[in-house]
Structures are given as structure tokens and as C-alpha cells.
Write a protein that binds this ligand. Structure first.
Ligand SMILES: Nc1ncnc2c1ncn2[C@@H]1O[C@H](COP(=O)(O)OP(=O)(O)OP(=O)(O)O)[C@@H](O)[C@H]1O
Ligand SMILES: CC(C)(CO)[C@@H](O)C(=O)[O-]
Ligand code: BAL
Length: 297
């Protein structure tokens, strides 16, 4: 058992510095297709579904693990965020990942780091307002990672819907030569979206947490039951979600329930047309744990 783990891990090369991953990258033939999966580690089946997709469609797979300080706000969980590099390395090696880039904060943000990437409008959408500065941090680190790894394909989870939209904008606006692939959200059997932060939930909070997805499914079912040419006020959809969340006493805060345009995550203020659809996204606290999720209508 031990030997098998060691053998599997030995096929994965760990890079701790930008120089190291760069020299690997530069030694490759330009025709080699590189699939890249950026993460913050504490890997679960959600992350692994991105890795499997990357493995199936590319010659070389690179994953990164970096808990990026610039995307965490004051009072958020940067210090607490789970870190388990050895265990993550084994999981990635078992799936045939070739290279893991796991730099420390110093390698990514030296003393004189003054350049940041900011995408207009993203501070005004629901997740941007709830986490001021978050998308600037994500845009900056993802741009840096793309510049370092220079992938052909990058893989992100639909669970972070606004993040996917942000990254597609950067790639389009800044003419980056890569394809962004969005992979469906992987859920626990009771519907809870997998997240590294689920580990913070107590047993009773974990039992209550599926209410998040249940509330989204109820709104989706209502929407799908409408006649084909009809529409429904966005506020009505919002109320359905909020009333189900309110029925669970362990939901301590609803930060937002947003009904947005699927293509650009801008709010739909009036009616949602059955033929056009929308995306419902939310952020709630179950106890003190912040969870996000979304569903596409
Ligand atoms: N349940 C999931 N299904 C599919 N992809 C996921 C899932 N959870 C996370 N991802 C994707 O994995 C990548 C890395 O995410 P990240 O490391 O932030 O994990 P996480 O579990 O979402 O953590 P957290 O929600 O606590 O920030 C992102 O592209 C994210 O969208
Ligand atoms: C894309 C990402 C790895 C950037 O730090 C992070 O936001 C995440 O894990 O979703
Ligand atoms: N998956 C988004 C990373 C974060 O919560 O900061």
C-alpha cells in the first residue's frame, strides 16, 4: 500500500518556485497540449472532477495549490483555510497529474508587488459586493498563473460561477491564447455542493446545509413549470429561495440571493423570461460557515 502511494507520487513533480515550473514549461515542445487546474488545495471530488477532465483532454496536466492572500478580505478565513499538501499530492498523483505548482506567498508576491488586475464591473455584482477586493485578487493570481504555466486549457468549477465569468473576460479582453473550460458542480449525495469549507461545519450544521441546494431546486422547479412563452418577476424567484432558507434555523445569515443574466452575471431587475433563463446564485452562512452555490435556469 505504502509502496503504491510512493510509486504513484513519484510520477508527479512538485515545483515550489516560479523558476522551476517555468523551466519545465520552456523545455516542452510548443505543440504539447497543457491542461491546467488552479486550486487552493484541500482537494475533494469537485477539484478531482476538473483534474480528470484535464487528464482526459491534454498531453500534460499541471495543477496548482496556492492559498492566495490577495483574494481574502479582512476578517475572512485566510489563516484558517485548510492546508494539506502531502495528502493533496497523493490524490493528484493517483489521477496522473504530471506537475504540481505549490509556491509560497513570497514566490508569488515579492516585496515590491504593485501590479494588480481588475475587471470593470465585478466589484458591483453580488459576490463582488459581498467580498470587496476578492475579484481583484482572483484576477491577479489567475493572470499570474496563466503567464507562468502558459496552458492550452484551464479548468474551473461552475460552483464559482462569477469567477468563471471573470476569467473568461480576462482571457478574451487580454487576448490570452487558452481555452477556459467550466465543469459542473459536484455534490454530496444530499445535494450539498462540495467545498473545502464544508470541513468547518459541525455535525448539526452539516445536516442543515443541504437546505442551500434545496432552496435553489425549488426555484428551478417553479421556473421549469412555467409555460414556454411566459415570464416571472425575479423578485418572486428570490422570495421562493429566501423562504426555504428561512425555514432552517441554522441559516444564520443570507448574504445575497441574486438572479442574474447567465452570460455576464449582471442582475436581472425585472422579469425572467422562460425562454432566456437566468442564474440564481447565493451566499449564506450556516452557523459561522459561509457557503456559496448556484443553479442555472
Ligand atoms: N463542488 C465542486 N464541483 C466542481 N468544481 C469545484 C467544486 N468546488 C470547487 N470547485 C472548483 O475547484 C477550483 C478550486 O476551488 P477552491 O480551491 O476554491 O475549492 P473550494 O472547495 O471551492 O473552496 P471554497 O469553496 O472553500 O473556496 C475552482 O475552479 C472551483 O470552482
Ligand atoms: C481560481 C483560484 C485558484 C484562484 O486563487 C481560486 O479562486 C479558487 O480556488 O477558486
Ligand atoms: N473558490 C473561491 C475561492 C475563495 O473562496 O476565495
Amino acid at each position: 500500500m505504502q509502496a503504491a502511494v510512493a510509486t504513484a507520487r513519484s510520477s508527479l513533480t512538485l515545483h515550489r518556485t516560479v523558476a522551476s515550473i517555468r523551466s519545465m514549461r520552456h523545455a516542452l515542445d510548443p505543440a504539447v497540449k497543457i491542461g491546467f487546474v488552479p486550486t487552493m488545495g484541500a482537494l475533494h471530488e469537485g477539484h478531482l472532477s476538473l483534474v480528470k477532465e484535464a487528464r482526459a483532454r491534454n498531453d500534460i496536466v499541471v495543477a496548482s495549490i496556492f492559498v492566495n492572500p490577495t483574494q481574502f478580505g479582512e476578517g475572512e478565513d485566510f489563516e484558517q483555510y485548510p492546508r494539506q499538501l502531502e495528502q493533496d499530492q497523493d490524490l493528484l498523483a493517483d489521477l496522473g497529474v504530471d506537475h504540481l505548482f505549490a509556491p509560497d506567498a513570497n514566490s508569488m508576491y515579492g516585496k515590491n508587488h504593485d501590479s494588480f488586475v481588475s475587471v470593470e464591473g465585478f466589484e458591483d455584482i453580488a459576490e463582488g459586493k459581498a467580498r470587496p477586493g476578492h475579484f481583484r485578487g482572483v484576477a491577479t493570481i489567475v493572470t499570474k498563473l496563466f503567464n507562468i504555466v502558459q496552458p492550452s486549457n484551464a479548468y474551473f468549477g461552475q460552483k464559482d460561477a462569477a469567477q468563471c465569468c471573470l476569467i473568461q473576460r480576462i482571457v478574451d479582453d487580454l487576448d490570452m491564447p487558452l481555452h477556459v473550460n467550466v465543469i459542473p458542480t459536484v455534490r454530496e449525495p444530499d445535494g450539498l455542493a462540495m467545498s473545502s469549507r464544508n470541513a468547518y461545519l459541525t455535525t448539526t450544521e452539516r445536516q442543515a446545509a443541504p437546505v442551500v441546494y434545496r432552496s435553489l431546486c425549488a426555484a428551478r422547479d417553479l421556473f421549469l413549470g412555467l409555460p414556454a412563452e411566459s415570464s416571472i418577476p425575479a423578485a418572486h424567484i428570490q422570495q421562493v429561495v429566501e423562504s426555504i432558507l428561512a425555514s432552517e434555523p441554522l441559516v444564520s445569515e443570507v448574504q445575497y440571493v441574486a438572479i442574474d443574466n447567465k452570460a455576464n452575471m449582471r442582475p436581472i431587475d425585472d422579469d425572467v423570461h422562460r425562454s432566456e433563463g437566468a442564474i440564481i446564485s447565493l451566499a449564506v452562512k450556516v452557523g459561522s460557515v459561509r457557503l456559496i452555490d448556484n443553479i442555472v435556469l
